[in-house]
Design a protein around this ligand. Sequence first.
Ligand SMILES: *Cc1c(COP(=O)(O)O)cnc(C)c1O
Length: 448
Amino acid sequence: MGLSEGSPPAALPSSPTAPMRGSPELPQVGWSVEHTLAQLDLLRIADVRWKDGRAFSLAYLASPEAHDLATEAYRRFSGENALNVEAFPSLRTMQSDILSMVSGWLSAPPTARGFFTSGGTESILMAMKAARDQFRHDETRPIRQPNVVLPTSAHAAFHKAAAYFDIELRLVPVCSETWRADASAMANAANDDTIMFVASAPQYPQGVVDPVSDIAAVAQERGVNCHVDACMGGVTLPYLERLGVVVPRWNFAIDGVTSMSVDLHKFGYAAKGASVIMYRTARLRSHQGFVTDQWLGGVYGSSGVLGTKSGGAIAAAWAVMHHIGDDGYLRFTKAARDTTLAIAAAINDDPRLVLRAQPDTTLLSFGAAPQPVGDSAAMSSPLDIFAVADGLAARGWYVDRQAPPPSVHLTVNAVHANTYGMFLADLNAVLDSVSNRRGSAGSYGTLE
Ligand SMILES: *Cc1c(COP(=O)(O)O)cnc(C)c1O
């Protein structure tokens, strides 16, 4: 199975065009395998060409081999069901191997216990739900309406969890210069109903690592939880440290950190549907699961949000982690980091653009540089950064658009080492052409 399978020929336009029409009717007579696969390939013609390094969001590629291996491992276990590992001891073993490998990255103590989940969102939902139930069952400290204190840079998944589980969020603005969480403002936002503090390593929007030690210390002082969202950095940061990059402390080596989330389907380069939620102790983890026997089907238990859960994502993560190995992750982290720094330097050198923050890992964002208006002291920007994103899209590049402030966001991974030169040339050409056009703000996720 080759990587190019299903990719459109190079001559086809790669920019987002009208979606291809599917076939909404159930065929009277089933299609042949060949016809069905050909239709799938037609459907994806307008999709961003992420395997060619054109997506700076949503998709990750370490190497064609690692991707093909993930696909093959997924195929072999796609029908297996991790809802009950009694029936599939293979999946139990793979999950426990994955957790043990991730523990090393997180400097997790021997007491740490976790679960494999379907993604960062599920990991975060579970950390929030577990904290809520932990304090709900803690008779020594009655909580009326539980709240979680988090910086405005923390991921939207915390907001989703708060909405799902009826937890109040106390949002605290980040420091204006650095975009990092403000630990003392977070301390001030807490009260007796606070059950958890959140830090990110790094946060998504500007790619900076929060002062995790300070935030964990505040949590510890109050005797409550501290979750570190390392969905992005959980794989990258340990290797950046080994590459000699100065990284602030960010993991379980800090005493007050009680749980962490790490996505394997991002910089772990696994197939989609792979993340880990890790708790410092089995007791903390015990509040995550769900069990009932109040129906006619006997005892039903599940660890996370899902019931039936494909073995595919677990097998793919297990296979890719073993295939890439420690040396591979070091190499891919270096490739992504060097590329990030090269892009950051080019943006720094361009007077039309402003880098939001010097990237701590391999994420960065930039906006239009403010320019003086006339001879007054006022500043404004003649450039609409979303028009720049539109121009990049027309040239086949997919970037994230975010606000406030209006910015383009890049998640740089190993594949971009081959394409960033072309990207920077196109960015420059787009900047030359868009100066006064308005663009559309887009969104990180869609409701479809
Ligand atoms: C991606 C991400 C999440 C959410 O993970 P999904 O896998 O998209 O559900 C949470 N936090 C951070 C920092 C992320 O980058």
